[in-house]
Design a protein around this ligand. Sequence first.
Ligand SMILES: [Zn+2]
Length: 168
Amino acid sequence: MNPCKCGYFGHPTKACTCSTESRIKYMSRISGPLLDRIDLQVEMRTMTYKEISERKPGEPSAVIRARVNRARDFSRRRFEKYGFNISCNAQMTPAMIRVCCELDEEAEALFKEAFDKLSLSPRAHDRILRVARTIADLNERENIQSSDIAETLALRNLDKSYFNPARM
Ligand SMILES: [Zn+2]
């Protein structure tokens, strides 16, 4: 979605013509509980012509597929270990998340700080753990480390931006 009605809020060169009230009204079209259910919320900045027209090849899909399969095998072994009849992290129930998402000490401290500072909901808490678990699986790590939590929070940047009415 656009950041505001005119579309230029946060634009590097063009000025936004919306009032604060109008931006709040625009953002409130997407409610907090709905936003909470979106795992990855990334703010995209405007691209320059040069960036768009560059023809650099991306990472081949086959390489990405192999990495995803490795991570899914890694998490499946965990589900088997605990006798959970599921095949991917998205299917973890809140109770399974408690068992499968062990954080190391530093990760726990970082998560607690972010949780308090961003006034996160219980739903966001579980969703963040699920994504952090997936990042840890991609790196074949048994426990979730602080870097996994930090990366997850960076992929949820609307919690702490102008999309959050408490921060406008
Ligand atoms: Zn605007």
